[in-house]
Ligand binder design. Structure first.
Ligand code: KG4
Ligand code: ZN
Length: 341
């Protein structure tokens, strides 16, 4: 089985072909083409929806051709065409969805609408045949959630952020320090040479019942510290980055711990913890979760950074998981800018 996957929900245009691995489970990525629009949004300090939609239109057809060529297949060799139908910026979603539907109609192959968050949550099974149910931590620029993944299409949200998403917090703190968008990777680099104990930033929600997150208070505390410092020196910035990152790591570890507890009350023991979303590339977060899982005797599956960030392979894989179970979609499926799991 081979599926073509298309991703256009935010500022990455992506197309990929993934096949099922026979025998051992999991899948093989035959091609994974990603074009980032970051340069086109840089001057605005964030993603501009109209620019994003037009940029997707400009490159998507060529990217699909490249994904098929690099996978050494033609459209006739593909079993289904999947596209992210949301959540995300509606203009971009419309571009990817329309392209996928057009290809499905022309080739007579099934079309599969994929939830972008579902794709992040299922990516771990592409690289490591992990059994259901498991706990997924989805941390990106737009989302911060803990989800009990009980099966394909069977998700239960255990907690989510009540204000900023984790990536949003990284990006806003980076902006305060004059770093370019997206700021997450820059904060991580600065933090490597900083003192994580110099500033005692708050750890919102620590120990709180439930598994929700709150990160805007932490961001505000960093802003106040920057104002107090006046003109932060390079060392101040490194210490701010390290102290901020240490606080966010503590919050994430505490909330995942709470998520594991809640999971056991609703879905039994998880077979493991998986991570997805761009912030999942952060080394400090990955190391802390590796320790937590070792303590708890839980498997930790962390896809490589390029599969944590937005990509086409995750959409193709989620499409393949759906296709195997006969979950295909109607061509009338409309974009869903909001689509909670
Ligand atoms: O999943 P993603 O590629 O796009 C969204 O769906 O949002 O995630 C992008 C987010 C950005 O906020 C970016 O700053 C953050 O992921 N990010 C990181 C790192 N790499 C990317 N945050 C912290 N540390 C990183 N190494
Ligand atoms: Zn994403």
């Amino acid at each position: 089985m081979r599926v073509l996957g298309i991703e256009t929900t935010c500022d990455e245009t992506a197309a990929a072909v993934v096949s099922e691995r026979l025998g051992g489970g999991g899948g093989d990525i035959l091609s994974n083409e990603v074009l980032s629009q970051i340069a086109q949004h840089a001057a605005y300090g964030g993603v501009v929806p109209e620019i994003a939609a037009r940029a997707h239109i400009d490159v998507l057809d060529r990217l699909i051709v490249r994904a098929l060529a690099n996978a050494k297949v033609e459209l006739k060799d593909i079993d289904a065409i999947a596209a992210a139908a949301g959540p995300g910026l509606v203009g971009g979603v419309l571009v990817g969805l329309t392209a996928a539907k057009g290809l499905a109609l022309a080739s007579g192959k099934p079309f599969i609408a994929v939830n972008h968050l579902e794709a992040h949550a299922l990516t771990a099974r592409l690289i490591d045949p992990l059994d259901f149910p498991y706990l997924a931590l989805l941390i990106s620029g737009g989302h911060t959630q803990l989800v009990a993944v009980r099966g394909v299409g069977d998700y239960h949200r255990l907690g989510s952020t009540v204000d900023d998403a984790a990536g949003e917090a990284f990006d806003k703190v980076a902006k305060m320090m004059g770093l370019p968008y997206p700021g997450g990777p820059h904060i991580e680099t600065l933090a490597q040479d900083g003192d994580p104990h110099r500033f005692e930033f708050p750890r919102p929600m620590l120990g709180r019942e439930g598994a929700d997150f709150s990160l805007s208070g932490l961001k505000t505390a960093v802003r106040q510290e920057i104002i107090r410092l006046g003109e932060p020196t390079e060392q101040d910035k490194k210490d701010l980055a390290a102290s901020f990152q240490a606080a966010i790591v503590d919050v994430i570890v505490d909330r995942v711990r709470a998520g594991v507890r809640l999971f056991s009350e609703t879905a039994g023991r998880p077979s493991g913890l998986v991570i997805g979303g761009g912030v999942g590339a952060n080394g400090a977060i990955r190391r802390a979760l590796t320790r937590l899982c070792a303590e708890r005797g839980l498997r930790f599956v962390s896809p490589p950074a390029n599969l944590c960030a937005d990509n086409g392979a995750m959409i193709a894989w989620a499409g393949l998981e759906r296709l195997k179970r006969g979950f295909t979609s109607d061509l009338g499926f409309a974009p869903r800018p909001r689509w909670p799991l």
